[in-house]
Design a protein around this ligand. Structure first.
Ligand SMILES: C[S@@+](CC[C@H](N)C(=O)[O-])C[C@H]1O[C@@H](n2cnc3c(N)ncnc32)[C@H](O)[C@@H]1O
Length: 465
């Protein structure tokens, strides 16, 4: 029996994916959880041109999970807006150093430490702030999300260290072989498992450099989660999970220490006495080296991240915002139909700006038709690298659709394959939604998709003749 109903594993780009036992589905593409976030959500969202033209951008992440889509988006914004202050900007570094040390004597709160409110380097973009509202029914995963390791793939580790150390081994395969042989001397009976594990560890997992999550993102998310859940963020239940071996191997211990210390400081210590001033100074020293630096402060102010741990069908009715971009990353529609109904997409429509876009990984005729039924313009997400379509984009504005559905695809939406789910009050169970569609399917006068495909291919071959 598994302790949790999800299990982490490494996906092929080296980022961590989850498998859900309850939903019998993967949370992320096994080809690469993080790559998928970039290629199906962040890049096609048009964020790059949005930040040049808008001050405040609002994004709704439906099915936040462990937050890859949000993390990739934040990473994009940070990298684009924040010029790293390295050795070349010595004066700024000195000013910052002095400001931190003089302020540590007088100020107690982190927010007060922002002594000079310098504007960020914006590369001529208008952008000032990104609000992300994150919806997921699984509060546990939400809270865990910033602790999952930000990838360092075995391929990268190998590329950076091994060639220098083991130059005598002229290939990586030799090194792997040696590991394997040594391991099988000590654990002869486990030879097969060792081989399998090494296969995973030494698989040349690679991810594009620009797809990496900026190191600041998880720390910013911890601060946002702390604000959201307050002293209940790291509660006893979360502490238990953080220690479970099945999960803890996939977690980054330094982020956990940061979160625990943060919460301890914020909620367990009262300010105003010598002890708390003393501890406060330790707190800054503890965090200063990497994350309490100027880049962290600047980056954090770019974001307003909010968490809604509930059924997205309930949350959506309460949200007042309209969004520039909505990520719809629910489980496969046949397994978890709740967030794919005409009525739920109608809620998304109501929360979408006139120039906004909804993005999903699904290519199915049924989901496309669900968007069409809501009077959205519908198109495909094209991945240049793979040379294929990898998802669906919908908008109220036709010009946002670069690759509209073809006549063939529109025709397919109009067959039984396109019959959408219904969930009239957004309260049906999964079973009820599936049965409702099954009923409609059986009583439908529409052409079956197999017949449609057959007729179309016959017509095409006749045209060729
Ligand atoms: C495919 S995963 C999302 C992966 C996620 N985008 C990530 O980067 O990790 C689907 C998510 O939908 C959530 N979910 C399932 N039913 C839901 C519901 N009714 N409302 C909100 N979230 C739901 C699950 O908890 C799961 O995290």
């Amino acid at each position: 029996m598994n302790m949790r109903d999800y299990e982490p594993y490494y996906t092929e780009d080296g980022s961590i994916g989850l498998y859900s036992y309850a939903d019998k589905d993967v949370y992320h593409s096994k080809f690469g959880a993080l790559t998928e976030a970039w290629e199906k959500f962040v890049i096609p969202s048009g964020i790059s041109s949005l930040i040049d033209n808008k001050q405040n951008i609002k994004v709704l992440d439906v099915c936040y999970g462990i937050g890859y889509n949000t993390k990739a988006l934040m990473s994009f914004i940070i990298n684009k807006n924040l010029k790293q202050i390295k050795n070349k900007n010595l004066i700024e570094k000195i000013r910052y150093f002095v400001s931190i040390h003089t302020n540590n004597f007088f100020k107690k709160k982190e927010s007060e430490l922002l002594v000079y409110n310098e504007s960020i380097d914006t590369n001529n973009s208008l952008f000032e702030n990104l609000k992300i509202d994150c919806l997921d029914i699984n509060k546990e995963l939400m809270k865990l999300s910033p602790f999952f390791k930000t990838i360092k793939t075995p391929g990268e580790v190998y590329d950076s260290f091994v060639p220098q150390i083991f130059t005598c081994f002229d290939s990586y395969y030799k090194l792997r072989k040696i590991y394997e042989n040594i391991a099988s001397i000590f654990y002869p009976r486990n030879k097969k498992t060792i081989k399998e594990k090494l296969d995973i560890k030494f698989k040349n997992m690679h991810i594009d450099k620009e797809y990496k999550v900026n190191g600041l993102v998880n720390y910013i998310l911890i601060n946002s989660l702390s604000k959201n859940f307050k002293k209940n963020y790291i509660d006893n239940e979360l502490k238990k999970i953080l220690k479970e071996r099945q999960i803890s191997n996939f977690l980054d211990k330094s982020t956990i220490r940061y979160a625990r210390f943060n919460q301890f400081w914020e909620y367990n210590l009262s300010s105003g006495n010598i002890l708390s001033t003393f501890l406060h100074n330790i707190y800054y020293r503890y965090l200063s080296s990497r994350y309490k630096n100027i880049n962290f402060k600047k980056a954090e102010h770019l974001f307003d991240v909010n968490f809604y741990p509930n059924d997205a069908r309930k949350t959506i009715k309460k949200l007042k915002e309209t969004y520039d971009c909505i990520f719809l990353d629910a489980f496969t529609y046949t397994l978890a139909p709740q967030l794919w109904s005409v009525e739920f997409v109608n809620e998304l429509y109501e929360h979408l700006n006139d120039n906004g876009v909804i993005l999903t990984y699904s290519n199915s005729a049924q989901i496309r038709n669900t968007f069409l039924e809501n009077n959205l313009f519908v198109g495909k997400i094209y991945n240049k690298k793979l040379g294929k379509f990898v998802g669906t984009i919908a908008s109220k504005n036709k010009s946002k659709i670069k690759y509209p559905l073809t006549n063939y695809e529109l025709g397919l939406c109009n067959t039984t394959a396109g019959i959408p789910y219904h969930d009239p009050n957004l309260s049906f169970s999964k079973k009820e939604i599936l049965e409702f569609r099954e009923y409609e399917f059986r009583h439908s006068n529409l052409m079956s998709s197999s017949k449609y495909i057959k007729i179309r291919s016959m017509r095409e071959s006749n045209d060729e003749i």
